[in-house]
Design a protein around this ligand. Structure first.
Ligand code: HEC
Length: 156
């Protein structure tokens, strides 16, 4: 028996606690939990689209965003053509699955700046990488946010 002495009684539960914590840290977070780290939130909330609220973006901005989403941006690979987070590479992102943009609860809690911040800086510790300025310009990033907003169709 390893646990016969007193040290064993302490070390064994401690090891279980460490393993449990490691599993919890790797598990996916609730969809509506903040994705922007708290230290960057103030910065994220200061980002505003040049055309105003992304939910009421002009149709030509949304059309341009759709072209980027399905083309150059490769967003469909993970987030899927219908925005449900079910693209061909979605399962590879486990346990941090691509956001389901049709989930209006997520859309409702996110400010424009938060969505833009994640496209720009990525979501730390997940497959969502920083795409601006490497792959996209800031202008393109905002067009993408405007298109991403259209996946939530059940606005209250
Ligand atoms: C390699 C897969 C992959 C690609 C490609 C990808 N994403 Fe993501 N994206 C993810 C994952 C995984 C998450 C979830 C991260 C998390 O849970 O924190 C995510 C999260 C996001 C979020 C944050 C949503 C929220 O909950 O706040 C936005 C916005 C986003 N992606 C936009 C895009 C856009 C726009 C593109 C294309 C330019 C794109 N993504 C391409 C994997 C990807």
């Amino acid at each position: 028996m390893y646990c016969r002495n007193r040290v064993g009684y302490v070390i064994f539960p401690a090891m279980i606690a460490v393993v449990a914590l490691a599993i919890a840290a790797c598990a996916s977070r609730h969809p509506t939990a903040d994705r922007v780290p708290s230290h960057a939130m103030e910065d994220a909330l200061s980002y505003k689209a040049p055309f105003g609220d992304t939910r009421t973006a002009p149709p030509e901005i949304v059309t341009a965003g759709k072209a980027l989403y399905e083309g150059k941006g490769n967003c469909i690979l993970c987030h899927g053509i219908s925005g449900k987070g079910d693209g061909p590479a979605a399962h590879m992102q486990d346990p941090h699955l691509p956001t389901d943009f049709t989930n209006c609860s997520v859309q409702n809690v996110r400010k424009d700046g938060e969505l833009f911040w994640v496209i720009k800086h990525g979501s730390p510790g997940t497959g969502m990488k920083s795409l601006i300025p490497g792959m996209l310009s800031e202008e393109e990033g905002w067009k993408l946010v405007a298109y991403v907003r259209t996946f939530c169709t059940a606005h209250s």
